[in-house]
Design a protein around this ligand. Structure first.
Ligand SMILES: [Mg+2]
Length: 247
């Protein structure tokens, strides 16, 4: 088996089917012993990642991409990678972003643990999103800010620096660890994972339980490097690994 870089989202992708998760864990640990690297890429902050790790059998990854690509941890007890944080500064002004979002009553701020230097997160209902998202985008642009709005699962809205997402963080990590795109596997289930699938030639596994926003993106951007699994969560990942010949 040639070494590869395995990058997976956690909630409803790696996590959600305990039986298949155990099987996948076993296989990943074996692959790691032969030089592969395992990276988790999650919308969760480090704090909420630790909570999940206490609940389900997640082994410690080689790297953690947290908070939708806005923080990269090589050491889960330490600080985010400063080289990555430096890259995110361009076009970002946290105080100005907060001031603009305060105009929208439908935006409900997520807990303090989910807010960071490079991420402002809200809950937003699907009904309100249709109206709020274009208005918010216009206001931010008018103020000269370079902000992306990432709406996932009909509930979570993340405002991030333009260059921060799971995809750009993946590229940074992939280059740091020295893997080719063809030797990289990415897995996800929701809107914030689209950036993982759209970054380049990586092999993408979309689990069978994927959210509508990712499924419609997949249908609109047909690509032989992407596989839509029939099975859910880790079972879908196992199915995709077989499809691409990694397993
Ligand atoms: Mg997910």
């Amino acid at each position: 088996m040639l070494p590869f870089l395995f990058v997976t989202d956690l909630d409803h992708t790696l996590v959600g089917d305990d039986f298949a998760h155990d099987e996948l864990n076993e296989w990943l640990l074996e692959a790691r012993s032969q030089g592969s690297k395992i990276v988790y890429s999650t919308g969760r902050s480090l704090t909420l990642y630790q909570e999940l790790a206490a609940e389900v059998p997640l082994f410690t990854p080689d790297l953690l991409i947290a908070a939708v690509g806005t923080a990269i941890y090589r050491d889960l007890q330490g600080e985010p990678d400063p080289a990555w944080s430096e890259k995110l500064q361009t076009g970002w002004d946290l105080e100005q972003v907060k001031a603009i979002t305060a105009h929208f009553a439908d935006l409900v701020l997520q807990p303090e643990t989910e807010q960071s230097e490079f991420k402002v997160s809200f809950f937003l209902t699907e009904e309100a999103a249709m109206e709020v998202l274009p208005q918010l985008d216009r206001l931010l642009t008018q103020q000269g800010l370079e902000v992306q709005l990432i709406y996932s699962s009909g509930r979570d809205l993340d405002l991030l620096p333009r260059h921060a997402n799971k995809g750009s963080a993946l590229t940074f990590v992939r280059q740091t660890l020295g893997f080719a795109p063809e030797a990289t596997i990415v897995c996800g289930d929701s809107g914030n994972d689209i950036a993982l699938f759209s970054v380049g030639e990586e092999r993408g596994i979309i689990v069978g339980n994927a959210q509508p926003e990712l499924l419609s993106w997949y249908r609109d951007h047909r690509n032989p490097n992407h596989y839509l699994a029939k099975s859910y969560c880790a079972a879908g990942i196992l199915e995709g690994l077989q499809y691409f010949g990694f397993k």
